[in-house]
Structure formats: structure tokens, C-alpha cells
Design a protein around this ligand. Structure first.
Ligand SMILES: Cc1cc2nc3c(=O)[nH]c(=O)nc-3n(C[C@H](O)[C@H](O)[C@H](O)COP(=O)(O)O)c2cc1C
Length: 218
């Protein structure tokens, strides 16, 4: 088991190009998506959306503003754009969060109240997020990256390559998402993208700092 997991981490690399003729089988990609859906998030509020972009014309729109995915976007089997909830939608007093504790988490009314009070205190006092749209959005993005990481790891366990991508003009991508994908910019912003598929070339050997350089025991 340990070997299987480490092998998957060694197999995973940021693939720079993909074999456009090889498509990830539907059940395999469904499992990768489930890894995203089942990922943890702060207070369990899932401040994300995963857009699977298979349409070539829509990919071309994203491609125009993504210097970090020039081969990945057109050639990958599946392209995912990760959206994060905009700040005010993640606040304890937002309709989104109030609906979430009720409808998705199905908490009893008294538990909802306690949870929202704790969440509000956390956002105001503990993490100093409350009045800062950018801080709230970045905090949502941090959670989106957990889903991204889990999806890439599960892909690697299933023999699927991937490439995370932040090499894009964020504002321009948000505009494309609004004009061509119907995304409401007041609710969501782009956090990152990931290409999934099959490599065309093996990567150069992995470089990483030694474990003793990055881990401190106390
Ligand atoms: C948040 C994030 C954004 C990244 N953006 C890009 C990108 O736009 N294009 C790209 O080719 N690689 C991108 N990478 C890949 C990194 O360059 C790569 O993970 C790192 O160099 C380590 O190499 P490895 O993943 O192959 O082991 C990104 C990685 C992360 C985590």
C-alpha cells in the first residue's frame, strides 16, 4: 500500500503536453471528480465549482489567456476550471451559507445557529477575513486547491496524468467565464485550472528538497 501511494506521487508530474487521441474512460474520470466533490472544506461549506470544459471552441477562449497551458488545454482529455466562491458569498450572513447549513447539511435549527455564530467569530476574529473581499476569496481558493490536489493524486493512482495551471490572466479568464460560460462574476471567480489525460513524453527526474530540509520534528 505505501509503495503504491509513493509510486503514484512519483508518477504524478506537471505534464506539459497530452496525447490528444487518448480519452480518459468515463468511470475513471468520474472517480477523479468524486475525489474533488468529497474533499474537505472549512466548516464543510464547499466554496467551489468544477467546470469540465470539453468543447473545443470554449477551450480556445480560455487558451487565449493561458500562457501556462498552451499545449495542455487543446490536447488534454479533460480540462477542469476550478471556481471559488466570491468573498461575500462565503460569509456567515450570506444566503449561500444559510441555505447550506439548512438544505445540504440538514442541521437542526439550534445547531445551525450555533455553527453560524462560531463561523462568524472565526471569520471576524480568528482569521480576520470578514470585511475583506480579496481575503475571503483567497481563503475560498485555498480550499479549492485541496480538491485540486486530491483530484491529481487520485488521477495518478489511476494512471492518469495531470497539470495544474495558474499561468493565466485571471481577470481575462473571469471575463470569458462570464461572457461564454454564463458564470456570475459576483458569485464565482477562477482559482486555477487542471488538465487531465495521458502524457506524450516522460518528464525529467523529479527534483525536491530532502525530507529533513522540509520537515521539523519537535
Ligand atoms: C498552483 C500551481 C500552479 C501551476 N501552474 C502551472 C502552469 O500554469 N503551467 C504549468 O505547466 N505548470 C504549472 N504548475 C506546475 C509546477 O510548475 C510543478 O508542479 C512544479 O514545477 C513541480 O514539478 P512536478 O509537478 O512535475 O513535480 C503549477 C503548479 C501549481 C501547484
Amino acid at each position: 500500500m505505501q509503495k503504491k501511494i509513493l509510486d503514484a506521487f512519483l508518477f504524478r508530474h506537471a505534464a506539459k503536453d497530452f496525447d490528444a487521441a487518448r480519452i480518459i474512460p468515463e468511470p475513471v474520470f468520474a472517480t477523479i471528480l468524486q475525489a474533488g466533490r468529497l474533499s474537505p472544506s472549512s466548516f464543510g461549506f464547499e466554496p467551489w465549482r468544477f467546470l469540465v470544459v470539453q468543447d473545443a471552441a470554449l477551450r480556445a477562449k480560455l487558451h487565449a489567456f493561458t500562457w501556462g497551458g498552451q499545449k495542455q488545454i487543446p490536447n488534454c482529455s479533460h480540462l477542469v476550471v476550478y471556481l471559488a466562491r466570491k468573498g461575500m458569498d462565503t460569509r456567515a450572513d450570506s444566503d449561500y451559507v444559510r441555505d447550506f447549513v439548512d438544505r445540504v447539511q440538514a442541521l437542526p435549527a439550534d445547531v445551525q445557529k450555533m455553527k453560524l455564530e462560531r463561523y462568524e467569530a472565526f471569520q471576524k476574529d480568528d482569521f480576520n477575513l470578514w470585511g475583506d473581499e480579496r481575503a475571503l476569496f483567497d481563503w475560498a481558493c485555498k480550499q479549492v486547491y485541496i480538491a485540486l490536489g486530491n483530484m491529481m493524486t487520485v488521477a495518478a493512482l489511476l494512471g492518469v496524468d495531470s497539470c495544474p495551471m495558474e499561468g493565466f490572466q485571471q481577470q481575462r479568464i473571469d471575463e470569458v467565464l462570464a461572457s461564454d460560460f454564463g458564470i456570475d462574476q459576483s458569485q464565482y471567480g477562477v482559482a486555477c485550472m487542471a488538465a487531465f489525460g495521458y502524457r506524450v513524453a516522460d518528464p525529467r527526474p523529479k527534483t525536491r528538497q530532502a525530507l529533513h530540509d522540509v520537515v521539523q520534528w519537535f
